[in-house]
Design a protein around this ligand. Sequence first.
Ligand SMILES: Nc1ncnc2c1ncn2[C@@H]1O[C@H](COP(=O)(O)OP(=O)(O)OP(=O)(O)O)[C@@H](O)[C@H]1O
Ligand SMILES: [Mg+2]
Length: 454
Amino acid sequence: MQAKILVADDERHIADGLQMLLADDGYEVDTATDGTAAWEMIQEGGYGVVLADLRMPGVDGLELFARMREAAIPAEVIFITGEASVASAVEAMREGAYDYLEKPLNIARLKALIPKAVEAHQVKQANRSLEERLANLSRFGDLIGQSDEMRRIYATIEAAAPSTASILIIGESGTGKELVAQAIHDKSPRAKGPFIAINCAAFPREILENELFGHEKGAFTGALNEKPGCFELAHGGTLFLDEVAEMEPDIQVKLLRALEQRSFRRLGGKKEIQVDIRVVSATNKKISKAIDSGELREDLYHRLAVIPLHLPPLRERRGDVRILAESFLRRYAEENGKPIRGFSAEAIEFLHSYRWPGNVRELKNTVERATILTSGEQVTPDDLRFYELIRTEDREVRIRVGTSLEQAERTLTLKTFSFVEGDHQKAASLLGIDEETLRSRLSRFLASDPAPAT
Ligand SMILES: Nc1ncnc2c1ncn2[C@@H]1O[C@H](COP(=O)(O)OP(=O)(O)OP(=O)(O)O)[C@@H](O)[C@H]1O
Ligand SMILES: [Mg+2]
């Protein structure tokens, strides 16, 4: 769509002249001969580019620009300026004005500048609507979630998908790393190509090497036929290396080489095979630890993590719990032919407060089990079997006879506090004291010697 242009200049002949020139190029052009009129027209919207004289009586070009910025009006602004005020125009460009044209106007420069400004405006509009779209998403591919954290992930996937840059997904078990990898593939230009996943932790060294690079006939005893590896199978698509921090050091060296050169040899082969692949990998390890301990080569890490993507654990995006739980419930209720309407209020409360150490996978399994076991129309905390879910040692303290009250209180308080993950309000309410008392006791307990083992 062609953008609309507004020309604001108090010299009528300039405004009219520009209108004619730009209309010749196919633009729809309005004019205003003072800043106040221009501002009214701009507020009504629809302009992609505003050409504004810097010096106008009343509302001048700079004021107009300032108002537009304040109202977040997305049009690009080009100033028309005399020699004397070039400096202010340059200053305004630093604040986001698109460019300026000096009087007397150079027509060739004007005609070159306008299409660029129109394009800049359109690109910004497109990005803006992408941002707006992502900001409202509650699912993306097969990923469900509407927390800011997940929306950031969606935006990163969307931005990274078109390139071939390697992406390393880092997140606890069950956070959805494989789904993210699949979403990257599906959103990429390689979506029609293969998505080949291999779990690097699942194979002993020799077999992993064989799985990754394949072998020639006769490469080893029993190699009766040639066999292509994952690198070849993923040609034209995406190779997903799961649990990538679990590889033996010498395979890491081979992998690094293959990634750097985008070529490799099959076991027992002489020929270098070139492949066009996008590599996405995943790990649930603390990367800095894995590198420090020598488990993961640092050079390989940098090669894999051109774009690192941190998937936060579910307990750090509790806002997603409900939407995930409800969508799993709908799915499993349908699959099992159960007329379940939803979760009871208490069940929702439990889902929210539970720590989900197994993340989305645990939530999914919990909901599936509840769906199958429940006999009512609503899932209740009993169906979620939440007393079994919370590991016993997390909610029990053992206090020996002979322990002082002070010591017992200390143990119970600290255990409660850690059980609610440092939530003062919850801890205080469980302990039946007010928050201020809790805080003062915590600081007293934390300052004293550790409790004897309980
Ligand atoms: N955001 C999500 N929306 C919907 N389903 C999800 C989401 N995240 C995870 N899941 C589901 O949870 C389960 C675990 O996800 P996935 O296998 O991707 O986790 P992972 O991070 O690869 O775990 P692991 O480290 O154990 O391999 C899958 O069944 C997946 O479909
Ligand atoms: Mg996985």
